[in-house]
Design a protein around this ligand. Structure first.
Ligand code: AMP
Length: 328
């Protein structure tokens, strides 16, 4: 079975956009591939989080991904900083990564522009750490968003370069797995654009019923259709897109018909949407709460994940050391 490694950025609570845009694909992938998921806490140091930030966001990811259905017995979840052999590979890869090419990476240039007071070496070598995370397990595929494509090209370049320098056929070039091409773009509730943390328009999987209702009832609408079978403007289409994700086909068709007949009452539609979003989130929310109060289980999953990943990375590193000329 092909090996898949996926890094998760510890950026807080999951929202419906994350679920339908990424997590749902992960749930499928864990059945189709030999998958491992890791929480990229070393990478997060580039923005200087506090120890409490780190602890909190790592826990949140564990609880929320498990609650969504990631099954650690099939697809181990581990914390990046628990797998030390990756650091050694990071060092070796850095020796053959050149300043010019690292400085040309778009996400580095972007960060250097947006955080000019903190253009640290970790930011510059983000692509080598990402390459080490994946090459340490000789993974075949990496699920990535569009923004990671350049980092994937760097990873393949580092793999080829290592093979060339040492005249070996050791690292294979991991391929990008573009899961987002099949994923839905989940709209926000504010009329335009997609649901996203920085847009402040999210419904989080952990939101309670009252919060969900309040958010949905506040969603932007217009003054209603003025012609039969009129094309829906974006603000209205967004509500229908959300409904398509969480409601039954009958419910969707009912409101679609009302819209086409110009008899729709957005208040009714939003009430129904809130009920259906809550019905979707409630079981996940309950599992999140259950995992949050079961620290021991989370610790066990993290430990077992770290063991599996460390074993795989240690094997690769022993071979790498020999190739380079060190003791295995
Ligand atoms: P972020 O929380 O913004 O780092 O997003 C993590 C991943 O979730 C992204 O790479 C996307 O695959 C997915 N995602 C985030 N927001 C949306 C959205 N509104 N619609 C679809 N997918 C999304």
């Amino acid at each position: 079975m092909e090996k898949v490694i996926s890094g998760i950025r510890p950026t807080g609570n999951l929202h419906l956009g994350n679920y339908f845009g990424a997590v749902k694909s992960f749930l499928q992938m864990q059945n189709d591939y030999d998958c491992m998921f890791f929480i990229a806490d070393w990478h997060s140091l580039t923005t200087h989080p506090t120890p409490e930030n780190i602890r909190q966001s790592v826990r949140t990811i564990f609880c929320e991904y498990l609650a969504c259905g990631i099954a650690p017995e099939k697809a181990p979840i581990y914390v990046q900083s628990d797998v030390k052999p990756v650091l050694e590979l990071y060092l070796y890869l850095n020796m053959n990564a050149y300043l010019g090419e690292l400085e040309r990476v778009t996400s580095f240039k972007e960060k250097a522009r947006t955080q000019p007071d903190n253009v640290n070496a970790g930011l510059l070598t983000y692509p080598t750490l990402m390459a080490a995370d994946v090459l340490a397990h000789k993974a075949d595929k990496v699920p990535v968003g569009k923004d990671q494509e350049q980092n994937m090209e760097m990873m393949r370049l580092f793999a080829r370069r290592f093979n060339r320098i040492y005249n070996v056929d050791f690292f294979k070039e991991p391929q990008s797995y573009h899961f987002y091409k099949n994923a839905v773009k989940v709209p926000g509730l504010d009329g335009t654009g997609k649901m996203g943390k920085s847009n402040g328009n999210c419904i989080y999987l952990c939101d309670d019923e009252a919060t969900i209702r309040k958010k949905v009832m506040k969603a932007v609408t217009d003054s209603g259709p003025t012609q039969l079978n009129q094309e829906k403007p974006e603000v209205i289409q967004n509500l229908f897109t959300l409904m398509e994700l969480v409601s039954t086909k009958e419910t969707y068709d009912y409101f679609d018909e009302k819209y086409n007949q110009m008899t729709i009452r957005y208040g009714d539609m939003k009430k129904q949407l809130a009920v259906d979003i809550n019905a979707f989130c409630a079981p996940i929310r309950e599992r999140i709460l259950a995992f949050q109060s079961d620290e021991q289980y989370i610790q066990k999953v993290a430990r077992q994940g770290a063991e599996r990943a460390s074993e795989s990375a240690a094997k690769t590193l022993s071979e790498v050391r020999q190739i380079i000329g060190f003791r295995a």
